[in-house]
Design a protein around this ligand. Structure first.
Ligand SMILES: NC(=O)c1ccc[n+]([C@@H]2O[C@H](COP(=O)([O-])OP(=O)(O)OC[C@H]3O[C@@H](n4cnc5c(N)ncnc54)[C@H](OP(=O)(O)O)[C@@H]3O)[C@@H](O)[C@H]2O)c1
Length: 261
């Protein structure tokens, strides 16, 4: 028999950037554990493909919305639509992200800084704020509990040369989540950050194609391979489930041991 809390029947999970990459890996496990899943991403075709794939995995309802998380009003509207369509949001995974670097820190222009901020930090702020509002309202009506998660990065805690803007968004996300954890614990909300290491997705396509990266970086991953989106499924189910009801304010590193070697 499956460990009972990992059956997410009746729970609704929202995954931003859930149409591919790490978000889709988390959404697959959530759907397979019978959660209803809301996917937000910009590209309709990718959203629809994700809905088709995820709908076949479990008993929950899977729907997608075309949302650009750098647009505050779009997030406010999509949160309301998600709640009215799926009934509630129990867990929110602020995962949508972009990574724009520069040839050097001295060359990093304001546009690069703002492009990272707009999606990774503004977008996560609005996404988390709207989900927290909904969960707190529900708690005040007598139905407490929820889990909010931000997908940060090892870049937040290790030096990320030529990627200072990206790293700053992820450090800010971790700090934001810790503040949410303290303030909303009374409503039964937990807030945690996931810190991926080197994961094979579209975001790292250039690095995956570079021999030098393979020999100098991936060779230093103790588990000796790139991470995959599905490596994030177990953590997503755990954080969406009541099994994690005493876990809050933490940073959960999933990196094949890279950061401790
Ligand atoms: N891959 C890694 O090695 C790695 C390491 C550390 C942290 N991370 C973090 O993990 C998260 C997921 O990354 P990934 O590697 O899975 O990247 P990915 O494969 O490039 O996927 C990015 C996802 O975010 C969505 N997205 C991007 N901009 C968006 C916007 N403005 N509005 C709504 N959705 C948007 C994309 O969907 P649309 O294009 O349809 O909008 C897509 O679903 C990111 O926050 C990233 O910073 C990744």
């Amino acid at each position: 028999m499956t460990y009972a809390p990992f059956d997410l029947t009746g729970k609704v999970a929202l995954v931003t950037g859930g149409n591919r990459g790490i978000g889709l890996g988390m959404a697959r496990a959530l759907a397979a554990s019978n959660a209803s899943v809301a996917i937000w991403g910009r590209k309709d075709a990718a959203n629809q493909a994700a809905v088709e794939e995820l709908s076949a995995l479990g008993t929950g309802d899977v729907r997608a919305w075309s949302v650009d998380v750098s647009d505050e009003q779009a997030i406010i509207d999509a949160t309301a639509e998600t709640v009215s369509s799926l009934g509630r949001i129990d867990s929110c995974f602020a995962n949508a992200g972009v990574g724009f670097g520069a040839p050097s820190f001295m060359d990093m222009d304001t546009e690069t800084w703002r492009k990272n901020m707009a999606v990774n930090l503004d977008g996560a702020f609005w996404t988390l704020r709207e989900s927290v509002k909904h969960i707190v309202e529900r708690a005040k009506a007598g139905d407490p509990g929820g889990s909010v998660v931000g997908v940060a990065s090892l870049a937040a805690i290790e030096g990320a040369g030529r990627n200072q803007a990206y790293a700053a968004t992820k450090g800010g996300l971790i700090s934001m989540l810790k503040g949410i954890a303290v303030e909303t614990a009374r409503y039964g909300i937990r807030a945690n950050a996931i810190l991926p290491g080197w994961i094979a997705t579209d975001m790292t396509a250039a690095a995956q194609g570079a021999d030098v990266f393979q020999t100098k970086v991936i060779s230093r991953v103790p588990i000796r391979r790139w991470g995959t989106p599905d490596d994030f499924g177990g953590m997503a189910v755990y954080l969406a489930s009541d099994a994690s009801s005493y876990q809050s304010g933490t940073t959960l590193v999933i990196d094949g041991g890279y950061s401790i070697f």
